[in-house]
Design a protein around this ligand. Structure first.
Ligand SMILES: [Zn+2]
Length: 240
C-alpha cells in the first residue's frame, strides 16, 4: 500500500466521520440555515434573540393562566413562544415534526428551562410530557413534548418521566369540531399509569402548542384525581 493510498484512506475516514457527526450535530441553524459558529447549538445567536417570546414567566395573570380559570387549579401556566402560521416558531416546529429534528425541541426546552430558573419557577418534583398515542408516536419516531421535557429537565435539574401518563385514544384531527365536541373527545383520553408516583408531587405538565387547552385540561384532571400536590403547565408555544 502506497503512502498516497494510506493518506487518501485517512481523508475518506475523516470525511465519513464528519458526515456522520453532521447527521447528529447539524452545523447550520435550523431557524435560518446560516452556518453555526463555535458555541452555537441548533439555533444561531440572531434567531435565538429574535425568538418571539411571551412574557408569561414574569406575569402570573397571563392569557394561558386565565384560559384555565374554573377548569384546572394551576400553580404556574406558561408558554415560551408565540406561534403564528407564518414565522420562525412555525418553521422550527415543522423542522422538528416533519424533517425529523427532535433536537429542536430539546434545545427550546433547555432555553426555556434556564429562563424558568431565572424566574424562580423551577420548584417541581417531576416533569411529565403530554403523551402521544403509541401508534402516532411510532409513526413520528418521537414525542415532541417528551423532547421539550428532556431539555427542561436538563436545565432545571428536575427529573422527567414519559411513562407515567398514557394516551388511550388516538383522536383524529379536531380542528373542525366544536369546543364541546373536542372536550367529549379528550375527556377520557388519558390515564395515569403509576398513581403512587404522582401522589403528593409538584408536577410540571408539558405540551408543544396550546390552542384551546382541552387535552391539557383532561390530562391535568387525571393528575389531580391521582392526588398530585401542585400542577403547573408549560408549553413550547401558544397559538395566536
Ligand atoms: Zn438562525
Amino acid at each position: 500500500m502506497s503512502l498516497f493510498t494510506i493518506k487518501s484512506n485517512a481523508l475518506t475516514v475523516e470525511r465519513l466521520l464528519a458526515d456522520f457527526a453532521a447527521l447528529f450535530f447539524p452545523e447550520y441553524c435550523l431557524g435560518c440555515s446560516t452556518g453555526l459558529v463555535s458555541g452555537e447549538q441548533i439555533l444561531c445567536t440572531k434567531c435565538l434573540i429574535d425568538l418571539p417570546r411571551t412574557d408569561y414567566l414574569w406575569n402570573e395573570d397571563n392569557p394561558i393562566h386565565r384560559k384555565f380559570i374554573g377548569r384546572l387549579p394551576l400553580k404556574h401556566a406558561v408558554a415560551f413562544l408565540k406561534f403564528r402560521k407564518t414565522g420562525i416558531v412555525q418553521h422550527l416546529l415543522h423542522q422538528m415534526k416533519y424533517n425529523n429534528h427532535p433536537e429542536v425541541a430539546v434545545r427550546l426546552g433547555e432555553l426555556f428551562g434556564n429562563e424558568m430558573k431565572r424566574a424562580e419557577k423551577n420548584q417541581f418534583d417531576i416533569i411529565i410530557p403530554m403523551p402521544l398515542h403509541p401508534s402516532r408516536q411510532a409513526k413520528r419516531g418521537f414525542n415532541q413534548s417528551s423532547k421539550f421535557a428532556e431539555g427542561l429537565s436538563a436545565a432545571m435539574d428536575v427529573p422527567f418521566d414519559d411513562h407515567l401518563v398514557r394516551r388511550l385514544t388516538n383522536t383524529l384531527s379536531q380542528t373542525r369540531k366544536s369546543k364541546m365536541q373536542r372536550w367529549e373527545n379528550v375527556k377520557e383520553a388519558f390515564a395515569v399509569a403509576r398513581k403512587e408516583l404522582v401522589k403528593n408531587k409538584r408536577i410540571l405538565l408539558v405540551d408543544d402548542i396550546i390552542t384551546t387547552g382541552a387535552s391539557l385540561e383532561a390530562c391535568g384532571q387525571q393528575l389531580i384525581d391521582a392526588g398530585c400536590d401542585e400542577l403547573s403547565i408549560a408549553c413550547i408555544a401558544e397559538a395566536q
